[in-house]
Design a protein. Structure first.
Length: 283
């Protein structure tokens, strides 16, 4: 009877995995099939023309990179610093418990709320206007909980014996954290950064209020300029454009580029994580 239950449980687990994989590959195949015809050199290197029914998506690609890199530049040091405080310095108590509840709740807030927050704070109150700076800060706030949670888990995963050995050799707490704990936890921290970067690259709601332009063929010259972005460009073509049916191939082609970009980011994270683990193992 026990073997039958075990077989049935494993069967359900494998079946669920197969269903999820089939669904994922079906979506990817559908987007690839409909979007591959639009992918060419001009599509990736030129701006859109003729009411965005022709041309390329180069300004949207550049804008997505600027917004994503700006978001991670803001959120990564702040998130890792918070994780270090919670993991290494803070004593368990009501205050730390409230902080963790706040971080967990922040991670579950809909992205549209972050967009309205960014509009009120960065665009209106701080008068940054609709710009790369406003969009990057808004996306940074959005991905901050992801980086904090993943970084804290990576720091907690470092064996306590590493810290004790460092203290035994006369190192201070900060020297132990900086020279022992952080290098050991760096693969996990790097993963948190790439996860945050991937999410920032695919968000639409936060940037449509704070940074994204409906159409601007020129590249930005400063952090106070508006930009086009891949997710918002897809939204515009699919819902707000004047030639929605004519741009079907461009819509799917843009989606394929965005998915490929996120895939490359995640693949890069995996490769870097493996390399860092090998270096740590060699030590």
């Amino acid at each position: 009877m026990r073997k039958i239950k075990q077989f049935f449980a494993f069967f359900l687990i494998h079946l669920a995995t197969i269903i999820i994989c089939l669904g994922l590959f079906s979506i990817l195949f559908f987007i690839f099939k409909n979007g591959i015809s639009a992918i060419n050199f001009d599509f990736l290197t030129k701006p859109p023309i003729e009411a965005m029914t022709k041309g390329g998506i180069f300004p949207a690609i550049v804008g997505t990179f600027y917004l994503s890199l700006g978001a991670i530049a803001f959120a990564f040091p702040l998130g890792v610093g918070t994780a270090i405080y919670l993991s290494e310095y803070a004593k368990e108590g009501k205050i730390v418990h409230i902080i963790r509840i706040g971080i967990n709740n922040l991670a579950g807030v809909p992205s549209i709320v972050f967009g309205l927050f960014g509009l009120a704070l960065f665009v209106v109150y701080l008068k940054f206007g609709s710009s790369i700076l406003s969009g990057s800060l808004t996306l940074g706030v959005l991905i901050l909980p992801i980086i904090i949670q993943a970084s804290e888990e990576a720091l907690k995963a470092v064996p306590q014996s590493y810290r004790e050995a460092s203290y035994a050799l006369g190192a201070t707490k900060w020297q132990t954290i900086f020279r022992v704990v952080l290098p050991a936890a760096f693969p996990g921290i790097l993963t948190s950064a790439i996860l945050g970067l991937s999410r920032a690259a695919g968000e639409t709601a936060p940037i449509m209020f704070t940074a994204a332009a409906f159409y601007t063929p020129r590249l930005p010259h400063s952090i106070f300029d508006e930009v086009m972005a891949l997710p918002y460009h897809i939204y515009v073509l699919a819902t707000a454009g004047t030639h929605i049916e004519e741009t079907k191939a461009i819509q799917y082609g843009t989606a394929l580029v965005l998915i490929s970009l996120v895939f490359v980011l995640n693949l890069g994270a995996i490769i870097l994580r493996i390399r860092f683990r090998k270096k740590l193992g060699a030590r």
